[in-house]
Design a protein around this ligand. Structure first.
Ligand code: ATP
Ligand code: MG
Length: 424
């Protein structure tokens, strides 16, 4: 019986995987420039971590988690996002005590959410994200947004829209919360069950509801920006000034709220404005979360971060018709004629590889024509042909597949010759 892949997951096969490798490498280079260091945390965590940090009014916690009991009766959850684990690790490893501050980290790996699969929405997907913990400087908010923007730009995307908002500090949020409750309460019966729950717990999240998006009361809801106290306003102004200094075009959308209940001050998303992108246009989202380290048992340490999925980045590249510059070649393919030469290439191939060259030979007893075809398929730069006569004279014929030029060289010199040729 054939067993198929689980819903909402995908195999990334050779031919496609090179794109992923290219993207991952580039993202790591960008992080290096921006001075964010990689952190690797477990794929599963105690369920409580997500209940406490992501928040119990979010879609993630209410309906998307892969939660299971292990054989020791512990409740564990496959990580649905990265911030919770990074902040847990920050607290657990007492990173607030490290000499170099703020702590700037990035992660890249699979996340799991039980969602209804559709374009740009998977049950297993790969997120790249960064977190900067330990600074309250609005310049770091701008830096994090700049990193995300730079990343998309570096792959050639041009139809991008950066949207920012401020969620204010606690004082501003309390005032806004009152106003939101007064706004929605009289008609809350017309909203979905989730929104009814959110009214008391966290009315701001009503604004992020996917079901009630079109309800007229959404558009007339009181804007958080009118409730920002002086400090929050000043903070937001600084972020905007810095973004302008970084030449990052942005729009302000006072209805932009983010998943985490702990988000304060800056919230942002980058969307694709390319035509034909479909219903889901958000490429990444992030913001500032002051208070999360304390919630997880650590000292006060404000943080800001964002996360993007590679899947949505790939969709954006496709819609903008961008081909990543992926070159797949090998240095040399060994072609042999006759049994003795064939046997000889077993050792010779290994010698080439040990010398640092990428090389391949035939394993299917192909005729010479078939071996040349195989070399072509691998985009070999050079083919080295070894026949009975050459072997007897300790020679080998090196041919450039690009120019067609041929040259007979000493077998003992093959490595040096190829290294010299492929150095350009
Ligand atoms: P959405 O509103 O699309 O559900 P979200 O608010 O759940 O997004 P976040 O939790 O902020 O998204 O995750 C950050 C980023 O991760 C998203 O902007 C998107 O790029 C990506 N992402 C989220 N869920 C998925 C998924 N199921 N499949 C692929 N990518 C995803
Ligand atoms: Mg979601």
């Amino acid at each position: 019986m054939q067993i198929n892949i689980p819903r909402g997951t995908q195999d990334i096969l050779p031919g496609e995987v090179e794109k992923w490798q290219y993207i991952e490498k580039k993202l790591k280079e960008i992080c290096d420039k921006f001075q964010y260091n990689e952190i690797r945390t477990p794929i599963f965590e105690h369920t409580d971590l997500f209940l406490r940090s992501v928040g119990d009014t979010t879609d993630i916690v209410t309906k998307e988690m892969y939660t299971f009991e292990d054989r020791g009766n512990r409740s564990l959850t496959l990580r649905p996002e990265g911030t919770a684990s990074v902040v847990r690790s920050f607290v657990e490893n007492k990173m607030h005590g490290y000499a170099s501050q703020p702590i700037k980290l990035y992660y890249l790996g699979p996340m799991f959410r039980y969602e209804r699969p559709q374009a740009g929405r998977f049950r297993q997907f790969v997120q790249f994200g960064v977190e900067a913990i330990g600074s309250n400087d609005p310049a770091i908010d701008a830096e994090v947004i700049a990193l995300a923007y730079t990343a998309y730009k570096s792959f050639g995307l041009s139809k991008l829209k950066v949207v920012i908002n401020s969620l204010g500090d606690t004082e501003s949020r309390v005032a806004h919360r009152e106003a939101l409750m007064a706004h929605f309460a009289p008609n809350i019966g017309e909203f979905c069950h989730d929104c009814q729950n959110r009214l008391e717990k966290n009315p701001m999240r009503i604004l992020d509801c996917k079901k009630d998006r079109e309800h007229p009361l959404m558009k007339t809801a009181p804007s958080i920006l009118e409730y920002l106290n002086e400090e929050s306003s000043r903070y937001f102004e600084k972020v905007k000034t810095y973004l302008a200094a970084l030449n990052i075009p942005f729009e302000v959308d006072s209805n932009l709220v983010r998943g985490l209940d702990y988000y304060k001050h800056t919230a942002f998303e980058i969307m694709s404005e390319a035509e034909g992108f479909g219903a889901i246009t958000t490429l990444c989202g992030g913001g500032r979360y002051n208070g999360l380290t304390e919630e997880l048992g650590g000292p006060e340490a404000p943080g800001i971060g964002f996360a993007m999925s590679i899947e949505r980045l790939l969709s954006a590249l496709k819609v903008e018709n961008i081909e990543l510059p992926i070159e797949k070649t090998i240095d040399c393919y060994l072609v042999s004629l006759g049994d003795a030469a064939k046997d000889y290439t077993v050792g010779l191939l290994h010698t080439l590889r040990q010398a640092g060259l990428s090389a391949e030979r035939d394993y299917l007893d192909r005729k010479i024509k078939g071996q040349f075809k195989a070399a072509d398929r691998l985009h070999a730069k050079y083919v080295a042909v070894l026949g009975e006569d050459e072997l007897k004279n300790n020679k080998i014929n090196v041919k450039s597949l690009e120019t067609g030029e041929q040259k007979e060289v000493e077998l003992s010199e093959l490595v040096a010759v190829l290294k010299d040729f492929t150095a350009y």
